[in-house]
Design a protein around this ligand. Structure first.
Ligand code: D5M
Ligand code: FE
Ligand code: ZN
Length: 472
């Protein structure tokens, strides 16, 4: 194993390691057992950059495990399933130019979408107008609420302008999230636009897409957590295998061709303070082995599309690539690994998977939204054609040169998880699904007043969607 690989292995745990510490590892460790040793080091240390001394201490306290315990399964390629995600295409180095490029890309993509709905002139050209109707497209920079009206500042590459949203538009204006791109139609007077309409990029109205195969939506399995509901998961696996349920339900199970998992596959290690006591498997590889085992209980002829979330062993900043090879190898052959977000084409049905971290920010910002109806927050993302319209909230974003979080293509199905609550709906013909979780309430969530809705499954078939519940 070389130095770079070792550094990468630490990165899987979200940790950095000092070059001298890497030297010590290379000199003193049994190379066949390095993975387990690295897991041990990450478990027993807390510093941001792991030092040489910490590695030396960890080596002394380490008791080797038998490495043959780990099942390694070779992955095969699935032809016929197109996936679009950031895996292998990340450009970001984190420089200031990268952020400028990211915002330019966001503005370009979103303003093109708005311009499909209205024309629009450059903001710098507004001064030529007086008491006349104008249309502009700009990125929202600031929103000020004055009770019965609001003022919104918008900006394009040529300048910025204040938009007056009177009584009728005030409620729309105060739901603007910042850094989204909208169109404004109104009268330009005294250096301001008095708005008649605020136009979102939105999705066009369309028919629901009907396909005569089933898709099951699952999220936030949190394998490795003490609160993972294994008994209920086993019932789910039995239903999907045709072993339990009424005739009608068993018949539906036989139609299922795909299972889609929207991230937080495992509970992870060191994700929040005091997490150790909530874990039944404290080693990250062990957690993914368990994940592989749990997914092996599902029928082998069903393809499992597996995305990642903020508890998974991959970089936190979005867009997230698919899991690294050494982890992918722990899954059964019918698992197709994708990043977050990912567009996946399932026999002509366009699916957009996004873990949904930005939903926390959106639900906090817009008071009429709630965790009880997560699909309503997802609809706000579709309307804005962006998966994370609030920059600088709780969702870390990687400065890729292209903004991968713009919803470039309108999906037939939009699937999220993360908030641990279940909700489905249709928006302009798009099926919007949040599939909840398989983790019951943790102590931490209890303290945060989060009430999960575990063990629900959304089932798509022929343009319709239903809910199956595997717990009382
Ligand atoms: O997130 C599950 C849910 O819990 C999601 O709605 C976010 C919320 N959550 C998680 N951590 C926190 C903190 N620290 N404060 C407030 N809310 C939180 P998951 O990604 O499964 O942890
Ligand atoms: Fe989660
Ligand atoms: Zn999450």
């Amino acid at each position: 194993m070389d130095k770079k690989t070792i550094v990468k292995k630490f990165a899987v745990y979200g940790r950095n390691v000092h070059p001298q510490a890497v030297e010590v590892l290379l000199k003193n460790a049994n190379h066949g057992d390095l993975d387990n040793l690295i897991a041990h080091i990450c478990k027993t240390t807390t510093s941001f950059v792991i030092s040489k001394e910490e590695v030396e201490r960890a080596i002394t306290s380490y008791r080797p495990k038998k490495s043959e315990e780990r099942k390694v399964v070779k992955k095969i390629n699935y032809e016929g399933i197109d996936v679009k995600d950031v895996t292998g295409k990340s450009t970001c180095e984190g420089g200031i130019e990268d952020f400028v490029a990211l915002f330019n890309s966001r503005f370009e993509k979103l303003s093109l979408l708005v311009r499909r709905r209205i024309g629009g002139i450059k903001i710098s050209a507004l001064s030529r107008f007086r008491n006349e109707q104008v249309e502009v497209v700009g990125m929202v920079k600031d929103v000020r609420d004055y009770g019965n009206f609001a003022i919104v500042d918008i900006e394009d590459k040529t300048g910025s302008v204040s938009v007056f949203a009177g009584e009728r538009l005030r409620d729309v204006a105060i739901e603007l999230l910042g850094d989204e791109v909208v169109g404004v139609v109104g009268v330009y007077r005294n250096g301001r636009i008095y708005a008649d309409r605020i136009i979102f990029p939105d999705v066009p109205i369309r028919e629901r897409v009907k396909k005569d195969f089933g898709i099951v939506f699952v999220s936030d399995t949190h394998f490795g957590s003490r609160e993972f509901m294994e008994r209920e998961w086993n019932l789910f696996a039995k239903w999907l295998s045709g072993e339990i349920g009424s005739e009608k339900i068993v018949d539906l199970a036989s139609k299922v061709k795909y299972v889609v998992i929207a991230g937080d596959v495992v509970d992870g290690v060191g994700v929040y303070p005091g997490q150790e006591k909530d874990l039944i498997v404290t080693d990250i590889y062990g957690q993914y082995e368990l994940a592989g085992e749990m997914l092996s209980k599902l029928p082998k002829d069903v393809k499992i599309i597996l995305s990642v979330g903020n508890h998974d062993a991959i970089r936190q900043a979005e867009p997230q690539p698919a899991l690294p090879k050494e982890i992918r190898d722990l899954f059964p052959k019918n698992v197709i690994h994708v990043g977050n977000p990912a567009y996946v084409n399932l026999d002509g049905l366009k699916l957009l998977i996004y873990h949904g971290r930005s939903l926390d920010d959106v639900i906090t910002k817009i008071p009429r939204l709630s965790y009880e109806k997560p699909h309503e927050a997802m609809i706000e993302l579709l309307k804005r054609r962006h998966l994370c319209p609030i920059y600088g909230g709780k969702t870390p974003i990687a400065p890729e040169r292209e903004d991968w979080l713009v919803i470039d293509e309108v999906p037939d199905i939009f699937h999220c998880g993360h908030v641990h609550t279940y909700g489905v709906g249709f928006y302009r013909g798009v099926l919007v699904v949040n599939s909840g979780t398989w983790q019951s309430q943790t102590e931490f969530q209890k303290k945060m007043n989060l009430n999960p809705m575990p063990c629900n499954v959304a089932l798509y078939y022929n343009g319709e969607v239903g809910r199956l519940r595997f717990c009382r």
